[in-house]
Structures are given as C-alpha cells and as structure tokens.
Design a protein around this ligand. Structure first.
Ligand code: SF4
Ligand code: SF4
Length: 118
C-alpha cells in the first residue's frame, strides 16, 4: 500500500501457534530491532503513549541508543499499547521488506506476556 492511499493495509498472518511466538529471547530481539528503527524515525510519537515512553527511555541513556535501554523497560513500553492500530496505518517502513516494521504486531505477544503475568 502506498502511503496516503485509501487502500486497506495488508496485515500478515500472526503465527501465534508457533512456539517461537512466545520465545522470550526472540521476542526481546524483535522488540529491540523494531524499537531501534522507530527510535531513528520517531514519526509516531504523537499517536499514543507507547512511542513517547520508548523514546524517553532511549533519551535517558548515556549513549542514546536502544541497546542501552534495560530489557525490563521494554515491557513497560509495550504495556502502553492498547492495540488501536494507528501506527500500522501510518505505513512507514512496513512495505519495505528490508525494514519490516509492524509495531503493533510486535507488541502483541509481549503485551500478552506482560498482562498475563499480572
Ligand atoms: S512505526 Fe514506523 S513510522 Fe512509526 S515510529 Fe516506527 S518506524 Fe516510524
Ligand atoms: S497500536 Fe499501540 S503502539 Fe500503535 S498507535 Fe496504537 S497504542 Fe500506539
């Protein structure tokens, strides 16, 4: 989908029955990958509280890099997501295979883990 068009965005199937979907090291690695791309872009900062929370954590590090944010903080970031889908509609890099970003989908398993653990 081209940015600004009226086409519905294509959502890839969520492979939620795959055990890897709940594999915490892989979840954290994917969060770090997506968060790093979003940190470099910051376009979605005004959509909700999720992105500002992430960027505040990044900006609070000495290096200003996502890798310097303690992984425990990631759970707090995704816990801000209420799955509204606005960031998916922005369709920033989501159509570029080289930087496949679907922030919401990245939040789903993490959010389930965070909320399920409470
Ligand atoms: S979801 Fe896309 S547009 Fe939004 S901040 Fe991340 S990279 Fe940028
Ligand atoms: S889906 Fe989540 S991260 Fe994306 S805009 Fe909505 S609340 Fe924010």
């Amino acid at each position: 989908m081209k940015e600004g068009s009226l086409e519905a965005p294509t959502r890839h199937p969520i492979d939620w029955k795959n055990p890897e979907y709940h594999d915490e090291p892989k979840i954290v690695a994917e969060m770090e990958r997506v968060f790093d791309i979003c940190h470099g872009c910051r376009r979605c900062v005004s959509l909700c509280n999720t992105f500002p929370r992430l960027f505040d954590y990044v900006d609070g590090t000495d290096t200003g890099e996502v890798e310097a944010v303690p992984n425990e903080k990631f759970w707090d970031v995704v816990d801000q997501c209420y799955l509204c889908d606005m960031c998916y509609m922005v369709k920033c890099h989501t159509s570029a295979a080289s930087v496949d970003v679907d922030f919401l989908t990245s939040c789903l398993p993490q959010g389930a883990q965070v909320r399920g653990g409470r």
